[in-house]
Write a protein of this length. Structure first.
Length: 355
């Protein structure tokens, strides 16, 4: 039986593309194992699917001062030893890495054992973890055409991002029943990412009384970020995290407000949902979300409002403009040349395994 090791962790963006690939890998008869961090969010998501999960020690490689910079190198070294042992024990035919710092030891261990190893880079420019892993990878799959020039010419393949197929079959009537919202007003879905986005949450809640005059709001606000004072607000529902009902909520949404993580925006565009992107500020990141957002804006898929630009008035006007012009965004997304990313990536595995 063909055996694949999937790896990726830290945020949902490093796990959901792996999850999207699992049904197709099972159809093709692959035995699947997963390597992540000891207690990362990926563990629960993967174990719920009945996939064998192996945790390794993980540390973050920071470009700024932090007390953990003194201890994390030891965690990383421990992770390397554990990854080497797992490669020897599991003997996979192929490894697929979705990124996050936990994947670096796995990719290096696999590369050294000459196991075909594929990396996926969702963002416009490779993150530090993937930069460290690229020399050990067989190929690097990427999401944006602009990324190809940032990668070694003999390794770069434009594949797009694997999208969870179940998102494409949501039922708006089920979402109405689940949320208790009405069919009489349009619905805005606000997504702050798996860890939540305080700036997005606060900005939306600040204009909620005005927003609710014309719209209803489904707010996915992140773990620990519910606002109990808004619990019984008519036309507003909030959830820390949604899994099983997510496809239905997307189906109900007329427009979406989101961070600009690559996986999130690819799912939104695959669903043809007009969207306002509020990328993570360059002060709090390496600026990858801003690049992602501007690329989608240029294609006509998204409106973009940067964190530093947000005022109550500007956010409200942006939402109203987006809704009024929603059809032009839908038409632009309908013209996009969406590739079947899952099939394209799986074919790379098949070629490597059958060599």
């Amino acid at each position: 039986m063909k055996h694949i090791v999937l790896t990726g962790g830290g945020t949902a963006g490093h796990v959901t593309p792996n999850i999207a690939m699992i049904p197709r890998l099972k159809e093709l008869g692959y035995k699947i194992s997963y390597i992540g961090s000891y207690q990362g969010m990926e563990r629960k998501l993967i174990e719920e699917m009945g996939i064998p999960y192996y945790g390794i020690s993980s540390g973050k490689l920071r470009r700024y001062f932090d007390v953990k910079n003194f201890t994390d190198p030891f965690r990383v070294l421990k992770g390397f030893h554990e990854a080497k042992k797992l490669m020897k024990q599991l003997k996979p035919d192929v490894v697929f890495s979705k990124g996050g710092f936990v994947t670096v030891p796995v990719v290096i261990a696999a590369g050294r054992r000459k196991i075909p190893t594929f990396i996926h880079e969702s963002d416009m420019t490779p993150g530090l973890a993937n930069k460290l892993s690229i020399p050990f990878a067989t190929k690097v799959c990427c999401n944006f055409p602009e990324t190809v020039s940032e990668l070694p010419a003999n390794k770069a393949i434009l594949t797009g991002t694997p999208i969870r197929q179940e998102l494409l079959s949501g039922n708006p009537q089920k979402a109405l029943a689940f949320t208790g919202l009405s069919s009489e007003k349009p619905v805005i879905m606000v997504i702050g990412g798996s860890l939540g986005a305080v700036a997005v949450n606060n900005a939306v809640r600040a204009i909620l009384p005005e927003l609710l005059k014309d719209f209803q709001v489904i707010h996915l606000c992140g773990k620990g970020k519910l606002d109990s004072s808004l619990t019984d607000t008519k036309g507003y529902v909030q959830y820390e995290y949604i899994k099983d009902e997510l496809a239905d909520l997307f189906a109900l949404a007329d427009i979406v407000i989101s961070r600009a993580g690559a996986n999130a925006i690819c799912e939104i565009s695959a669903l043809k949902k007009p969207n306002l992107l509020i990328p993570l500020s360059a002060r709090a990141s390496r600026g990858d979300q801003i690049l992602n957002a501007r690329s989608f804006e240029k294609l006509g898929y998204s409106m973009v409002l940067e964190e530093e630009e947000i005022t109550n008035q500007k956010l409200l006007e942006s939402i109203q403009t987006l809704y009024q012009n929603r059809n032009s965004y839908i038409q632009a997304m309908e013209k996009s040349k969406q590739t079947d990313s899952i099939e394209q990536i799986v074919q790379l595995f098949e070629q490597a395994v059958n060599k």
